[in-house]
Design a protein around this ligand. Structure first.
Ligand code: GTP
Ligand code: MG
Length: 148
């Protein structure tokens, strides 16, 4: 069963969007297996966004992400990585369809509310980075109503 790392960024937390974002993943049928509110350090965020180190927007991205607490979570379910990205919308909110999180709540690429892993491999790396203590295993009693 595929897992993805989804994070509400500091702007999403400050704007009171945590509940809405969690609700969308719950209602879609994904299972929540880890969740935490954390004010991440620049060093931690540099690891998370290591692939983007060197981009002109990298210092601003780290400053933005370290400007307040984030909510990190792991969601499990069918095609979680790809479906999670589809639910977030395009990186630039101006290109995000209405109905997506960014398409409903954001306008600027540097204030785009949420993060989602872009591959299964990166999802596993990000889950280890943000949840070194591991995730929580439990049986979801609704599973047979969501999966055939
Ligand atoms: P994440 O889910 O946050 O990883 O976004 P993404 O996978 O859709 O995009 P990417 O990993 O390429 O970029 C990570 C984050 O950097 C984006 O979500 C934006 O917040 C920021 N970012 C990306 N490109 C730009 C840019 O051209 N300008 C600015 N200011 N920020 C950018
Ligand atoms: Mg990315």
């Amino acid at each position: 069963n595929e897992r993805t790392y989804i994070m509400v960024k500091p702007d999403g937390v400050q704007r009171g969007l945590v509940g809405d974002i969690i609700g969308r993943f719950e209602k879609r049928g994904f299972k929540l297996i880890a969740l935490k509110l954390v004010h991440a350090t620049p060093e931690h965020l540099e690891k998370h966004y290591a692939d983007l180190n060197g981009k002109p927007f990298f210092p601003g991205l780290i400053k933005y992400m370290a400007s307040g607490p984030v909510v990190g979570m792991v969601w499990q379910g069918l095609d979680a990585v790809k479906t999670g990205r589809a639910m977030l919308g395009a990186t630039n909110p101006l290109a995000s369809s209405p109905g997506t999180i960014r398409g409903d709540f954001a306008l600027a690429v540097g204030r785009n509310i949420c993060h989602g892993s872009d591959s299964v491999e990166n999802a596993e790396k990000e889950i280890k980075l943000w949840f070194p203590e591991g995730v929580v295993q439990y049986e979801a009693t609704l599973a047979s109503w969501i999966f055939e």
